[in-house]
Design a binder for this molecule. Structure first.
Ligand SMILES: NC(=O)c1ccc[n+]([C@@H]2O[C@H](COP(=O)([O-])OP(=O)(O)OC[C@H]3O[C@@H](n4cnc5c(N)ncnc54)[C@H](OP(=O)(O)O)[C@@H]3O)[C@@H](O)[C@H]2O)c1
Length: 353
């Protein structure tokens, strides 16, 4: 039986949900996936850090309700986050990076990933920052160190998008994609169709937990822009940086715009897209678009996400699913670990042959 020792960097919604899943499902994974996960370290800005080479009890981590610096009370614990030490010295096979997304320079998550990969540890992350800003460097670093850098949850949380397109659509001649990649802005547009003005719709999204206290990244398209960069670079071989992608959000759409779209049998959606041009270059765009009702993305409502891949051989292929949520995003981390496990098994089989 394979056991992967993991270290969690950040212990907020997503990594806590992963610990919950480990507590509930390790036995099932052992039977169905061929491995179990053992948490050997955690580091979090608020809770502090702890290393336990034999493994921490996942249920205790989730249920103990630690106060600020609370990991300091545990054996091997400290009231401070010690990310660098944990990442470099904890006996982990996989570092699970789920700290906050920094859209400007990706830090400190880029450094977390560099430390891990340079120490020969796999990285799985849901954090868009390091993938959008330093993805190519980190992938090269992973390859040089014989480990993997996986980030399925950075776009559409656990809904399979990156690996699905890369593996299952291989050979289908992907020419571009267009997607509803931010649930908050899609929810806001839906409420505006129901008659709310923009500010009231945003307030409702905040009350329901869909929008942050500062909704700028969601409604101005900055979150979608990072996702367009990730997908364009990964799937279309582009080398885009966030500033290469033109970006317009939904805050300028008025009630009249929404009404006029309805009269024209269409509706506004915030679309993130990229297309491969005739000269091989790739153009990425984020903008509100008025889609006819028969468009495959027009009926995607609420906080749901969707992406249409435009392919030469299959035409348009659309995937719809959750774009956020603690458990949904933790599932993306599990799917990354499954990918690592599958690759390890394939390498071992090849070596044995
Ligand atoms: N939640 C989702 O639905 C979702 C979906 C897709 C992607 N993501 C991405 O996944 C990542 C984690 O999301 P989340 O919802 O778990 O966020 P979260 O609830 O805010 O948790 C992040 C945790 O990381 C801690 N942290 C921040 N900076 C740190 C540092 N330098 N060192 C150690 N710990 C640090 C935070 O501590 P403090 O609270 O003290 O700052 C917090 O406990 C984010 O990058 C997010 O964008 C989330």
């Amino acid at each position: 039986m394979t056991v992967y020792n993991i270290a969690l960097i950040g212990f907020g919604g997503v990594n806590r949900a992963l610990a919950e899943l480990i507590a509930a499902k390790n036995q099932l994974w052992e039977r169905d996936l061929g491995f179990r996960l053992n948490i050997v370290a955690v580091s979090d800005l608020y809770l502090g850090s702890v290393i336990s080479p034999n493994g921490l009890d996942a249920r205790t981590l989730v249920e103990a309700n630690f106060a600020k610096g609370g990991f300091g009370q545990l054996s091997g614990g400290s009231a401070e986050a010690n990310n660098e030490t944990i990442i470099k010295t904890a006996p982990a096979d996989i570092i699970v990076e789920a700290t906050f997304t920094n859209p400007k320079d990706g830090e400190p998550a880029v450094s977390h990933c560099r430390w891990a990969l340079s120490s020969g540890k796999h990285v799985v992350t849901t954090n868009k920052g390091p993938v959008a800003i330093a993805g190519q460097e980190l992938k090269a670093l992973a390859q040089a160190n014989g480990v993997r850098f996986e980030y399925e949850g950075s776009v559409m949380s656990g809904t399979p998008v990156i690996r699905m397109a890369e593996k299952t659509l291989a050979g289908a001649e992907l020419e571009g994609f267009e997607g509803i990649l931010n649930g908050t802005s899609n929810f806001v547009l839906g409420r505006m169709e129901d008659g709310l003005d923009f500010n009231s719709a945003v307030r409702q999204a905040q009350e329901l937990g869909y929008a942050e206290a500062d909704p700028t990244a969601d409604v101005e398209g900055f979150d979608v822009r990072l996702k367009v960069v990730i997908l364009a670079n990964e799937l279309l071989g582009a080398k885009l940086k966030p500033e290469d992608v033109s970006c317009q959000g939904i805050s300028n759409l008025s009630a009249t715009d929404i009404e006029n779209a309805a009269k024209a049998n269409s509706r506004w959606k915030l679309i993130g897209s990229a297309v491969r041009n005739a000269d091989g270059s790739v153009t990425g765009t984020v903008s509100p678009q008025q889609l006819p009702l028969e468009h495959s993305l027009a009926a995607v409502s609420g906080a749901t996400n969707a992406i249409s891949f435009n392919t030469g051989l299959l035409g348009s292929v659309t995937v719809t699913g959750p774009g956020a949520g603690r458990i949904e995003t933790a599932y993306a981390l599990l799917s990354d670990i499954v990918a690592i496990h599958t690759a390890q098994n394939a390498a071992a089989t090849k070596e044995a042959a």
